[in-house]
Design a protein around this ligand. Structure first.
Ligand code: SF4
Length: 363
């Protein structure tokens, strides 16, 4: 493990609240010391299994308990994923991130299928990322052996505010999964969402959690909430772009080498706003007209923006070598993990779930 600064909560809050131009200047300087500031890494996010999720994340239209426009879809075939990956690569993506609306990975045919998807996309010489929910050490190792480059598991917000957003699993479960991924040698992608009603302190506490991991995550996505009708967060207003810029800049300072990814919420950001985020240290975006189920800018508009800003897409494996796909026989039982079921209740989530049940009956 490398020597790394241990950040304190008040230091991060002070940074976040510092005069905006000073904050951006400091972040941009650190960005230029650690990254090629004229490059952008493009990822495509593909929903390989949509909707019907048993969790109660208050922001998510894929949670089965809320009444949204998202219909459940079964797991994609390996062929469908291969076609999507080739298309994404043609349009400049160096990474394909496959998302499944699961609480946790379960051993069996579906997981075997995902392992095949990882092998297939790795053979196309693209970085492969998965976001499949909670993961045991052995499952993480299987994905690593298949050639997985990164695993995404967001901490979402601060530990304190997490209890207002999700009640079906605990913050500790998130950290345990991240630890399992880290042990397997797969790179870690973990970030969060702002605009869910949290305080500045919560935002900074989330960054503190990530910054004090050793090593720090290789990738940190910063999402702005996209409030979706039918979810408990449907009435929340979009956050001002300045909050996003502050968040990106603070992330850059506390995690100098991490790739910061502008994720959900870009449809309500102007080009100037996004340019400011790139200036402050963002170096990656999700491309494609949808981010799992929420809207995202058109890829051609993004390519035009990159041209305007003089940003060139990075090649795959620019930061870490391509993982090898290995054929391994797995023996013995996996160490069973009892993922938590916290006892607290979130009134808003319960009300929305009741509303859904009534709507279903009335159909
Ligand atoms: S964010 Fe993920 S875990 Fe939470 S409800 Fe949505 S799909 Fe399920």
């Amino acid at each position: 493990m490398t020597e790394q600064k241990i950040w304190k909560s008040e230091e991060v809050v002070e940074l976040y609240n510092s005069p905006l131009l000073d904050l951006v200047y400091r972040a941009a300087t650190i960005h230029r010391e650690n990254h090629n500031a004229n490059e952008v890494q493009i990822s495509t996010l593909l929903s390989i299994k949509t909707g019907g999720c048993p969790e109660d994340c208050g922001y998510c239209p894929q949670a089965a308990r809320y009444h949204t426009d998202v219909d459940s879809e079964a797991l994609m075939s390996v062929k469908q994923v291969e076609i999507a990956a080739k298309r994404a690569k043609l349009l400049g993506s160096s990474r394909l991130c496959m998302g499944a609306a699961w609480r946790n990975v379960k051993d069996g045919a579906e997981f075997d299928h995902v392992v095949e998807m990882v092998k297939t996309v790795n053979a196309l010489e693209m970085e492969v990322c998965c976001t499949l929910g909670m993961l045991t050490e052995k499952q993480a190792q299987r994905l690593a052996d298949a050639g997985l480059y990164a695993y995404n598991h967001n901490v979402d917000t601060s530990e304190e505010y997490y209890k207002e957003v999700i009640s079906t699993r605990g913050y500790g479960d998130r950290l345990k999964t991240i630890e399992n991924v880290r042990k397997s040698g797969v790179t870690v992608c973990s970030g969060g969402i702002i605009g869910m009603g949290e305080t500045i302190k919560d935002r900074c506490e989330m960054l503190l959690t990530l910054a004090n991991l050793n090593p720090q995550p290789e990738s940190v996505p910063i999402n702005a909430l996209v409030s979706v009708e039918g979810t408990p967060m449907e009435d929340l207003e979009p956050i001002p772009i300045w909050d996003m810029i502050r968040m990106v800049a603070t992330t850059r300072i506390v995690m100098p080498k991490t790739t910061i990814r502008l994720s959900a919420g870009r449809t309500s950001m102007s080009r100037e706003g996004q340019a400011f985020c790139f200036m402050a240290g963002a170096a990656s975006i999700f491309a494609g007209d949808k981010l799992l189920t929420t809207p995202n800018p058109d890829i051609y508009e993004d390519l035009e923006m990159f041209d305007l800003l003089g940003l060139t897409p990075t090649d795959p494996f620019a930061k870490h070598p391509q993982p090898e796909t290995k054929e391994v026989e797995y023996e013995g039982e996996d160490k069973k993990i009892k993922w938590s079921r916290p006892a607290h209740k979130i009134e808003k989530n319960i009300n929305y779930s009741k509303k859904n049940k009534i709507a279903e009956k009335e159909k």
